[in-house]
Design a protein around this ligand. Sequence first.
Ligand code: SAM
Length: 250
Amino acid sequence: MTEASNARFNTEALSWDTNPDVQRATALAHTAYLARLPSDPAILSTYDVLDLGCGTGLLSLALAPAVRSVTAVDPAEGMIDALRTKLSSQAQEEEEGKEPIRNVLPVCALLQDPDDPLLATDPVTNSPRPNRRFDLAVSHLVLHHVPDLRSFFRTVHGCLAPGGRLMVTDFENFGPDARKFHPESKMDGVERHGLRRDEMQALLEEVGFVDVSVETAFELEKKVETEPGSGVMGPTVVFPFLICQGRKAG
Ligand SMILES: C[S@@+](CC[C@H](N)C(=O)[O-])C[C@H]1O[C@@H](n2cnc3c(N)ncnc32)[C@H](O)[C@@H]1O
């Protein structure tokens, strides 16, 4: 996480949810996760989930009704503030008869320590739970911003309970066109133009995950710049997204 990246996401936080590409990508990722998670609600509803790089909480809020809790972590204060606003503005929805979401805990942090005290609150009971561990870690559209993926996944591995699962999604580096995912004006904080499947497989195994798999989860068609740096969006490109999975032994 660089300062430029943090500044970018603080600036973009307020308009993040208005981007239709972001909404579509989240919906597709949510579907991809659910298809690979236990279909038995009695099992899934026991899961404590960690969402890393949660942004404004689009995926966290989508998963929340199906699981026990979501701890939603992001280093950009603006993103976490947007999520806090959504959670606190649910009184209105409650009045309208909608079920409010009460099992999501927003945390502003660049997580580097599984025992970070900021994770040590149970989102459901609000009581302290030092050194708590998670049944599932998810992260969507984040890895291309992470400078040191090895260190990131070591931390995630440490955050999981024995047997806990990892599921992360991001676009694939499928060749030179992968660079077009971002307009040239939004390259701040972009560390790589997508994920390479062989590198992800080797990295997750090296960090200690078992049952590692990397596969195409879905495709996202989106408009890209007519010419690099033109700022004019024109042709569409189909971007494959990978889902990288693993499990902590135990
Ligand atoms: C493209 S946004 C995706 C947000 C959200 N997951 C979504 O799909 O709407 C990337 C997010 O990753 C966060 N981020 C950047 N570097 C990170 C890091 N090293 N660890 C965790 N999150 C990071 C940013 O603050 C930003 O909110």
